[in-house]
Design a protein around this ligand. Sequence first.
Ligand code: ATP
Ligand code: MG
Ligand code: MG
Ligand code: MG
Length: 581
Amino acid sequence: MKASQFFISTLKEAPADAEIVSHKLMMRAGLIKKLGAGLYNYMPMGLRTIRKVENIIREELNNAGCVELTMPVVQPAELWVETGRFEKMGEEMLRFKDRHGRDFVIQPTAEEVITDIARQELRSYRQLPKNFYQIQTKFRDERRPRFGIMRGREFTMKDAYSFDRDVESAGKTYDGMYAAYTRIFERLGLQFRAVAADTGAIGGDRSHEFQVIADTGEDAIVYCPTSDYAANIELAEAVALIAQRGAASQAMEKVATPGKSTCADVAELLGLPLSQTVKSLVLATDETNEQGEIVQSTVWLLLVRGDHDLNEVKAGKIQLADGTGLKAGFRFATESEIVAHFGTKPGYLGPIGLQKPVKVVADRTVANMADWVCGANEEGFHIRGVNWGRDLPEPDLVADIRNVVEGDPSPDGKGVLAIQRGIEVGHVFYLGTKYSKAMNATFLDVDGKPKHFEMGCYGIGVTRILGAAIEQKHDERGIVWPDAIAPFTVVICPVGYDRSEAVKAAADELHSQLLAQGVDVILDDRGERPGAMFADWELIGVPHRVVFGDKGLKEGVAEVQGRQDAEAAKVAVADVFNHVM
Ligand code: ATP
Ligand code: MG
Ligand code: MG
Ligand code: MG
């Protein structure tokens, strides 16, 4: 590829709305171009990386026995009505009517459609297990799209869905996908961690998020450096952790930041899904004795109406009048009230270094109790994961949690806990029969009787990976791509391409040689000055640069420099190929 034929568009300055380094660098390097909120053009340079990421995913999934298909971006609403998710998905799902007035959605995910395929196509146990995947456009009307394509509204996801005969076989499929994900993220060249995540209404421990480690990540991970214990933590736990050290009120102050005090605001800050009418929030209290020492810290569910201002609620000014909530003004719910209201007991947070269990009631919509999750279990230390509260004074909160958990014994007893931030790039999830039952998707088992499929779903944020990779790998000059996903692996920078025969000949020669070997190489024939040319390729993050100039060529050498090397090496022209490969 010659740079003059390709499309290169770099910027000196990042646009003002780019908050984090990956977004800034992606815009400056011309990988993406904004079209609207959460909507980005994938420009030629960015698309090359996207395709490389897709191909690694595709190869590993094919190796793991998955089969690729593609489902339409536009899906009929009826399928979503069958599972009840047409109502439940809320505003994140984009809906529209066609000219006949029929309801459709733009796929935010595809459990319904794939289950519809399975119930028609997979009739016998002999056809199982099957694991279908697609690499397809998704749309989620994120409340706050941000960070470029890291949290876009339209984005590319790899989503896979498995169908098994029984729980045991589904477990093997899950393990296989976990292993495939591990290989994928290793090949991408990223530092990552698989962490236990929320299993919501389904329960069990079969949900893991793959997190790319980066300080700007929206998620926080508690892990043990000397064992494989790792879990996502969410604000409820965070507050609980802080609370148990006697700082509940302090933690809540941080949640109820001035100017961000309606329940909707707080819910958004916490990243919690809330229902239309009745909202639930997790709050924390400290109980003190006469000496002012904290004897018990409790984290409770608070029920308030969505339009209430939290400060007014706090001041006790608001009465709940919707009949579904607790009828008193603001106060914490008691356990018996919660049991009466929800028919379920609040759970208890596992004691991560806690003396006493801290009561936690979770954060799910009150309207739809099917999705109710209690706090983490007592002995298993399983920690639920939803998003880290966005726009919270995050660094402080993280520092607080760090103080609380860091150095405490890890739940598996194999070391002490540490904390770090992560970006969720993948998610594997055992679904059980949730969708197959809702959509009556069955196959005939060996005994001739119909049985519901045991399902799993597995997502990877293809486009998010670009942002995550850059968050993890960059320096003051620009992106530092791992070789596997760099838009080009080698850039040839001839100094004087248009005026020196020798330079042109050497550059062209290496270019064809590398192309013939299947190396992703670009020759910069734009005639830029060396400084500007080098700056562009450092910004874009090409891993290997070969510079030809008249002076070097007289000695028979080129200058070869890795993106992170402090200095260029003089390499004999004949050896350049071996040097960069
Ligand atoms: P998040 O917690 O970041 O909102 P999610 O848990 O809602 O993500 P999943 O439903 O698990 O996302 O989807 C699978 C993967 O798709 C995620 O692990 C993530 O990498 C990616 N993804 C989800 N939402 C977005 C988005 N708005 N923009 C880009 N990628 C996304
Ligand atoms: Mg989400
Ligand atoms: Mg998530
Ligand atoms: Mg997820």
